[in-house]
Each structure stands twice: as structure tokens, then as C-alpha cells.
Design a protein around this ligand. Structure first.
Ligand code: UDP
Length: 241
């Protein structure tokens, strides 16, 4: 169990985390570094479910903005998340961490389908379960996939690793005086349209009382720091919790 009482977490990483300094795709050295961090978190005794986005390869909205059919583009985005899941599985297994990939779009040559009870068993056996292809439907994102899996796997928290160290009242890259929140309520995030995760993902976490911890994955060692309570993050939760 972590210092903040978590026994099982869902870690959501955006696809961009895997591209390192590249502007596109998968950088194996970066994937290896992130895998080391995930292993360090697991070595504390936590059970870990992992969801990785696909934005480093393809995003449905980007395709749609250039004239593609949105649903078709979204299916391509979902396939991108499977590639990232396989890359992360490879990196984790190279350092001795047992994993299973479960995809919401069935692909039995490369991974398992999503089967909750089987995922449960993998976690009990100390494996990391990487959930790919989001919720398996277009018009959603992997944030919604992460919230859904966090709920069905009864995770104690959803940790969202991004390129910024929390949620700000303005874009910190553009506004130097932007202020970072330590905590926020789900309702405030939704009412103010703060860019934490998409609204459906935030609502699902709210309805299931799953705290969302937003932190920077770019800073080395940060997953562990966030878990032991010394890292910088913004925690989204219910009033008074
Ligand atoms: N996607 C989808 N349904 C899902 C999950 C993902 O259609 O349940 C598609 C969507 O096109 C999305 C892309 O997959 O843009 C990549 O996922 P996402 O944008 O969430 O990746 P991230 O921004 O986290 O890298």
C-alpha cells in the first residue's frame, strides 16, 4: 500500500509521453525510462493497471479536421493505442515485469480481449495489466477508457501522467502567473471546463469517487514521489474528502 493508502491504481499516460524529444511516434529509450518508473512503483507493492493514449501516433479529431470520417479516424486512433501498449509491454518485460495487454478491440494474435475477471487474476499474480483501445468505441478518448477501467477494476485512484505538473487556472506555458491547484472538486473541473480529462471521464470518476491525481511524468522519479506524497500534483476529488 502506498503512503496515501492506495493499494491498486490506474496509471494513465498520454501517448506523447512515449515520443521523448521526437515530434511523432515511439522512442524506445523513452519507453524504457518510463517502464523503469512504472516498475519502481510496482516494486512498492502496488497493483497497477496501465492505460496509454495514442496521440503520439494518431488522433481521431486530427484526422476528422482534415476531412476524414470521424468514426473511421477514431478507430485508427484506437489501433495506435494498441501499438503503444505493445511497446510498453515489451519494455516492461525486458526489465522482468510480467504484463498482459487486454484490448477493447479484439486482436487475439497479439493480446487478450478485455475480460475483467481475468484482469483481476493477473493483478493478483503480480502482473501489470495494460488496457488498450480505450473503451473500444469512437467519439471517446483513452481518458474515458482509463476512467472506465479504473471503475471496473475498483482502483483506489487514477493517476494521470502528463507534461505539466498539475491543473492550473490558465495555461502555464503561456501565462507566467498561472496558479496550480493542490486540490479541486470534480464539479469545479466540470463547471469551469478545466483541462484535466474530458468531461465524460471526469463524470465517471466523480460518480465512482475515484480521485484523479494529475502530475508530470517528464520529471524523473515523479510517480514514486506522487505515491509517497512528496511529489507535486493536483488531486481532483469530492468536497470534504
Ligand atoms: N479513441 C477512441 N475511443 C477510445 C479511445 C481512443 O476513439 O475509447 C481514439 C481517438 O481517436 C483518440 C485516439 O484514439 O484521439 C488516441 O487516444 P487519445 O487521444 O486519448 O490519446 P492521448 O491523448 O492520451 O495520447
Amino acid at each position: 500500500m502506498s503512503a496515501n493508502g492506495y493499494r491498486r491504481i490506474l496509471l494513465k499516460l498520454s501517448g506523447e509521453v512515449l515520443m521523448g524529444d521526437q515530434s511523432f511516434g515511439i522512442d524506445p529509450e523513452t519507453v524504457a525510462r518510463v517502464a523503469e518508473e512504472v516498475k519502481a512503483a510496482k516494486d512498492t507493492g502496488l497493483e497497477i493497471c496501465l492505460v496509454i493514449g495514442g496521440g503520439n501516433i494518431f488522433r481521431g479529431v486530427a484526422g476528422a479536421s482534415k476531412g476524414m470520417d470521424r468514426a473511421q479516424a477514431d478507430y485508427m486512433g484506437m489501433l495506435a493505442t494498441v501499438m503503444n501498449a505493445l511497446a510498453m509491454q515489451n519494455a516492461l518485460e525486458q526489465i522482468g515485469v510480467q504484463t498482459r495487454v487486454q484490448s477493447a478491440i479484439e486482436m487475439d494474435k497479439v493480446c487478450e480481449p478485455v475480460i475483467r475477471r481475468r484482469a483481476e487474476r493477473h493483478l493478483e499474480k503480480g502482473r501489470i495489466v495494460i488496457f488498450a483501445a480505450g473503451v473500444g468505441a469512437p467519439y471517446f478518448t483513452t481518458d474515458s477508457g482509463a476512467a472506465l477501467r479504473a471503475a471496473e477494476m475498483k482502483c483506489d485512484a487514477l493517476l494521470k501522467g502528463t507534461s505539466v505538473d498539475g491543473v492550473y487556472d490558465a495555461d502555464p506555458k503561456k501565462v507566467p502567473t498561472a496558479k496550480r491547484y493542490d486540490t479541486l472538486t470534480y464539479d469545479r473541473v466540470l463547471a469551469d471546463n478545466l483541462k484535466v480529462m474530458d468531461a465524460s471521464a471526469v463524470a465517471l470518476c466523480r460518480d465512482n469517487e475515484i480521485p484523479i491525481v494529475v502530475f508530470s511524468i517528464r520529471e524523473q522519479g515523479n510517480i514514486l514521489k506522487v505515491l509517497d506524497g512528496t511529489g507535486v500534483s493536483t488531486v481532483v476529488k469530492s468536497e470534504g474528502k
